[in-house]
Design a binder for this molecule. Structure first.
Ligand SMILES: NC(=O)c1ccc[n+]([C@@H]2O[C@H](COP(=O)([O-])OP(=O)(O)OC[C@H]3O[C@@H](n4cnc5c(N)ncnc54)[C@H](O)[C@@H]3O)[C@@H](O)[C@H]2O)c1
Ligand SMILES: [Zn+2]
Ligand SMILES: [Zn+2]
Length: 350
């Protein structure tokens, strides 16, 4: 089979690798139809995941990607809910599906240990023609009626991550929201904040085009040398109730923390591989809450998100700007990384 292989910093190649195959009775083998490139793949692309630990044993020479929709082409004897020919979406983060936490959707507490596709020597990557899915009755779900392949890709990670972070920020009707970082996930969080009743959403990103997209969705675009000062002015000193950090860096963490108002919440979805930021005293003085959102338990959020996609209330697919064959994956990485005008979410088709 062919797939995208990580060879080191900014070096991802479309190459042949050993075919994925069934290894356990609970596995299915999926032929990918489409896969996504995530901001987390960009961390890998920059080779800045090395320090993160948390079970990610990285090296080079492995197949990347953790977002996929495909067709079941073979199944293990123990798989009951799927059949050959089903089109399925995969959970980027997998659990065993049989322990109590998994049954609650808390796959991060999986008693067998959680895993993610395409980060090192663990599960194989999804930016490939074939994917082995463990505990497939749990980690592969038939694409729901009325949900497109593109939307399915976003359910495997990005829109679930945005929603998890929005819940973590405790967005409620009437609250003010600030989103730091308007990549695909930040923009999805913005769309969700509107749906969840935010009174105002401030959208912060250095890329003008991304701020313009945010403004088109009803947000207030913000970018200047003193974002904190500008927001102090815009909010008459009250600052923000719900803040989402969707970048993954120390400077943006400090920015997010500096925006919090009294009893506010800061929800961090950006993957920060340095964690070398200062927490301002105001976080303590304002009784603020900081919530981490590292690797989203996507299963948990599907029951809320799928109906919103089916009804057209939520349209995260509007942020897909790149559609290419898998073979052009290396070029798609390069373009997404440069944040070139017109580039947001990239989907690769096999
Ligand atoms: N927690 C999870 O489960 C999870 C899942 C997927 C992705 N992520 C993380 O989410 C983050 C965002 O990913 P993405 O796919 O949206 O793409 P992305 O990483 O390209 O988006 C980052 C955005 O931040 C903006 N940015 C850069 N510097 C900034 C600054 N100083 N102030 C404000 N904005 C700034 C960029 O212009 C870009 O629009 C990444 O860190 C990724 O690793 C987390
Ligand atoms: Zn991801
Ligand atoms: Zn489990």
């Amino acid at each position: 089979m062919k797939g995208l292989i990580f060879h080191g910093k900014k070096d991802i190649r479309f190459e042949s690798l050993e075919d994925a195959r069934i290894e356990d009775d609970r596995d299915v083998l999926v032929q990918a139809k489409a896969c996504g490139i995530c901001g987390s793949d960009l961390h890998l692309y920059h080779d800045d995941f090395a320090e993160i630990g948390e079970g990610f044993e990285l090296g080079t020479g492995f197949c990347v990607g953790h977002e996929a929709v495909g067709e079941v082409i073979e199944k293990g004897k123990g798989v009951t809910s799927l059949k050959v020919g089903d089109t399925v979406m995969l959970a980027a983060m997998t659990g065993c599906g049989a322990c109590r936490p998994c049954l609650r959707g808390d796959s991060k507490q999986c008693e067998q240990g959680w895993s993610v596709f395409g980060f090192g020597i663990g599960l194989g990557g999804c930016q490939a023609e074939l994917i082995r899915v463990p505990a497939a009755d749990y980690n592969a779900v038939c694409l729901p009626e009325g949900v497109s392949i593109d939307q399915g890709i976003l359910l495997t990670d990005n829109v679930a991550t945005a929603y998890g972070a929005a819940l973590g920020a405790e967005i409620r009707p009437g609250r003010s929201v600030a989103i730091v970082g308007l990549g695909p996930i930040g923009l999805m969080a913005l769309e969700l904040a509107m749906i969840m009743g935010a009174s105002v959403v401030y959208a912060i990103d250095p890329v003008r085009e991304r701020r313009e997209i945010a403004a088109g969705l009803g947000a207030v675009p913000v970018w200047c040398d003193d974002v904190t000062g500008q927001l102090r002015e815009l909010t008459n000193g009250r600052m923000i109730d719900c803040i989402i950090e969707a970048v993954g860096g120390d400077a943006t963490m400090e920015l997010a923390l500096s925006l919090v108002g009294i009893n506010g919440n800061i929800s961090i979805l950006g993957v920060n591989n340095s964690m070398n930021f200062k927490v301002p005293r105001q976080v303590f003085v304002n009784n603020a809450t900081i919530r981490g959102n590292f690797v989203t338990e996507v299963h948990k959020h599907w029951p809320a998100l799928v109906p919103m996609l089916q009804s057209g209330r939520l349209r995260p697919e509007q942020f897909i700007t790149e559609r290419r064959p898998l073979a052009e994956g290396p070029a798609a990485y390069e373009k997404f990384d440069k944040r070139e005008a017109g580039t947001l979410k990239a989907i690769l088709y096999t």
